[in-house]
Design a protein around this ligand. Structure first.
Ligand SMILES: [Mn+2]
Length: 306
């Protein structure tokens, strides 16, 4: 029976490329592994896989009775629904430690770096396994995506060094140009429903017993949202009710201005004020310098709700 390597629900490029890279590594060291995914491939990830000619992992939602290697989170809310009937054999992650737990010992690669794929590169180095050029290419793109081409406050020297090394293997001359090409793909919002946009990179968290959903859309120019902001807000309101959420937020991030507009609906009128020191006007607040959900949003919300 293989180990299934799987990232979080609503998978991003780090989850997909990371699952592929970990599964390849495991197979090289004699442990049968299969990369899987918990949802659709995003346009950004489709671009990356196409660019380097790599197949998407298979969609697999049920893991009862299986061995699972978790990539890019350690949260019950982001894991397969039946994860408690599976055996978690490993976790590779760069987020805050979540609430997943195990009944048996596990392998844990958790580091405060900008991307899970940076840690996966360290795993390849540890096992002294060569990275094929195509896999190096998708790993490199995942790091460029998660670190917003090195601009995110989550980006570390390790991430930059990994990108350098992976670019050599993958034969990429200009990583920043590749990164911008990728973010332009990510910035396309035309002909896409509000629900699809809100859910494109949406994560639920359990904060002191409250269900908090936070989505993020990273674009090259925030003006692409001007005409659709009201639709996005209407959909957020629906999502809040449907999921019985305490709070829903959507971060509209402009990667060139290095700032985000926060759209918010909450049962707690003072939450944004307590968390970020700004008062939203009609559910909207401008957050200067904010690019990272994991480092600049989630910790403040956790604290404000504790
Ligand atoms: Mn990640």
């Amino acid at each position: 029976m293989p180990v299934y390597v799987v990232g979080h629900k609503i998978p991003d490029s780090d989850s997909i490329c990371g699952a592929i890279a970990v599964a390849h590594l495991k197979n090289q060291i004699g442990e049968a592994a299969v990369a899987t995914r918990l949802g659709d491939i995003s346009p950004e990830t489709a671009f990356i896989l196409e660019r380097f000619g790599v197949e998407a992992p298979e969609l697999k939602l049920s893991y009862a009775g299986e061995e699972v290697y978790i990539v890019d989170h350690s949260e019950l809310t982001q894991a397969p629904d039946d994860i408690e009937q599976a055996t978690i054999v490993g976790i590779v992650d760069h987020h805050k430690l979540g609430d997943l737990t195990t009944a048996t010992p596990l392998e844990a690669w958790i580091r405060p770096v900008g991307c899970s794929n940076t840690i996966i590169k360290m795993m390849y180095d540890f096992y002294n396994v060569e990275i094929p050029p195509a896999i190096a290419g998708i790993m490199l793109c995942a790091i460029l995506s998660d670190t917003v081409i090195f601009k995110s406050p989550t980006c570390t020297t390790a991430d930059r060094r990994c990108v350098e090394a992976l670019a050599k293997i993958a034969n990429v001359d200009d990583v920043k140009a590749l990164g911008m090409e990728m973010f332009h793909v990510k910035s396309a919002v035309a002909n896409t429903s509000a629900r699809e946009l809100v859910m494109r990179d949406f994560k639920d968290f359990n904060m002191s017993g409250n269900k908090i959903g936070v989505g993020q859309l990273e674009v090259v120019d925030i003006a692409v949202f001007d005409q659709i902001k009201a639709d996005l807000e209407a959909d957020l309101a629906a999502l809040k009710t449907e999921g019985d959420r305490h709070t829903v937020m959507l971060l509209l991030t402009d990667i060139m201005q290095e700032a985000s507009e926060l759209l918010v609906l909450s049962d707690d009128d003072e939450l944004v004020e307590r968390a970020f020191g700004v008062t939203p006007t009609e559910g909207r607040a401008w957050l200067d310098g904010v690019l990272s959900r994991k480092k600049q949003i989630i910790p403040h919300l956790e604290k404000a709700l504790s």
